[in-house]
Design a protein around this ligand. Sequence first.
Ligand SMILES: NC(=O)c1ccc[n+]([C@@H]2O[C@H](COP(=O)([O-])OP(=O)(O)OC[C@H]3O[C@@H](n4cnc5c(N)ncnc54)[C@H](OP(=O)(O)O)[C@@H]3O)[C@@H](O)[C@H]2O)c1
Length: 323
Amino acid sequence: MLAAVAVRQNADDPLSGLELRDVPVPQAGPGWTRVKVKASSLNMHDVWTLRGIGHDPKNIPIILGCDVAGVTDKGREVVVHPIIADPDAGRGDETLDPNRALLSERHDGGFAEYIVVPDRCLVDKPAHLSFEEAACLPVAWSTAYRMLFTQASVTAGDKVLVQGAGGGVASAAIAMAAAAGVTVYATSRTEAKRQLALELGAHAAFESGARLPERVDAVIETVGEATWAHSLRCLRPGGAIVIAGATSGTAPDADLGRVFYQQLRVLGSTGSTRHETAAMLRLLASTGLRPRIDRVLPLERIHEGFQAMIDGELHGKVVISVP
Ligand SMILES: NC(=O)c1ccc[n+]([C@@H]2O[C@H](COP(=O)([O-])OP(=O)(O)OC[C@H]3O[C@@H](n4cnc5c(N)ncnc54)[C@H](OP(=O)(O)O)[C@@H]3O)[C@@H](O)[C@H]2O)c1
């Protein structure tokens, strides 16, 4: 079968290490299920792997792709929960299993015709979503769900700032928070993405770093260095900043004085539990929310999709459709 395989890591030219190869169709062992991939979507995580950031070179070559929707050998339409981990090893929370792995880190991912995954990773695909839409959800939307509703515990009536509105996690957070009755402020560097934030349900959208009309209960942060100081300034005393990514850099001025004096809570967040992935899908089913797709490409044109992502051109997800 055809697959997009990470064969080398190169910090400056990540896409040079991504090759389309003919590989054997995988067989499912006990407790695992084979899924015919119908669609998979691109994430920054794939680019980090190709750049050699956070991915052990020992696990190269590996098929990339951590967002998958497809059909099992028995005909069940599924979304693949992308975390392979043991809840018991994480004291009931699989994201805290020290040995957890995201699909494509130690197990082959979904940029292929077939994938094998642990049975517990299978979640029913909501009927109202196409395979292309469903393939946008497991990583970005589940991550955003955990940040909002588990880590920050936001509820209707709360106020939230989402930094970098154009991002996959950020745009999902805006849409779900607004649907849950939260007042959402968003920032973005571009007018087009601020407009997108308003379309997704944000109460107001501002240039990155702009003063907000009021302090917020929580900040959803994936941008990192470029927005960290602003995120801290926007919180009410006792507010929470939930951080799941640092696209612009990982080492901002910590501003510890503000953290302790305002009693701010800094909460890291990574991935989601299977329960949170399923809850996110139920939220979409009950609200009719759906992800925005920028373009759908065949596997043969995957490099073009990644280049657009690296160039920051996207207004939604890039989906690989596998007939
Ligand atoms: N921990 C987890 O489980 C998890 C899960 C998913 C993603 N992540 C991480 O979270 C980060 C975001 O992921 P994503 O898929 O949402 O990425 P993305 O779609 O590329 O979004 C990143 C956003 O950050 C903003 N941004 C980038 N550079 C900036 C700068 N210099 N100044 C201000 N804003 C800047 C941009 O927003 P504007 O253009 O709108 O300003 C951009 O849209 C990545 O680092 C990713 O690895 C982590």
